[in-house]
Design a protein around this ligand. Structure first.
Ligand SMILES: [Fe+2]
Ligand SMILES: [Fe+2]
Length: 136
């Protein structure tokens, strides 16, 4: 399958578990698009509602625990940014309802813009911190 969005190298945090989570999320978003593109709207909706929303919550909680575990000083602000992300991803779900792959593709591009920005600018900083402290 052609990847619609990709986790490029510049988005790696250097924290293996978090990078794996991000890659999984990207692959799940691509999968949703693929299902819609194949006209499997029902399946796309179910996958998004049952798997992606669950996974996002799982990842954000895991990331917050990780930041806590290394005593990362910016974790409170980071947690607030995650609240925004929950909104961005919920908005994306609305575009699956239309069953229009192009509408979803556009919304996904916007959501991915936000997410890539978050990973590249916000997530990467805990990676730098962990590296500076010799924790990874
Ligand atoms: Fe984050
Ligand atoms: Fe993250």
């Amino acid at each position: 399958m052609k990847e619609l969005i990709q986790l490029t190298e510049d988005l790696l945090t250097g924290v293996e578990e978090m990078d794996k989570d991000h890659a999984e999320l990207v692959s799940m978003l691509n999968h949703t698009y693929q299902l819609l593109y194949e006209g499997k709207k029902q399946e796309a909706e179910e996958f998004f509602q049952k798997k992606i929303l669950w996974y996002v919550d799982y990842h954000l909680t895991r990331e917050e625990k990780f930041m806590e575990s290394i005593g990362y000083p910016e974790r409170e602000r980071h947690r607030k940014a995650h609240e925004n992300f929950r909104r961005v991803i919920t908005d994306l779900a609305k575009h699956i309802e239309t069953g229009n792959p192009n509408a979803f593709k556009e919304a996904l591009a916007l959501a991915w813009g936000w997410l890539a920005g978050h990973i590249g600018k916000v997530d990467k900083r805990y990676g730098e911190y962990a590296r500076e402290k010799g924790l990874i």
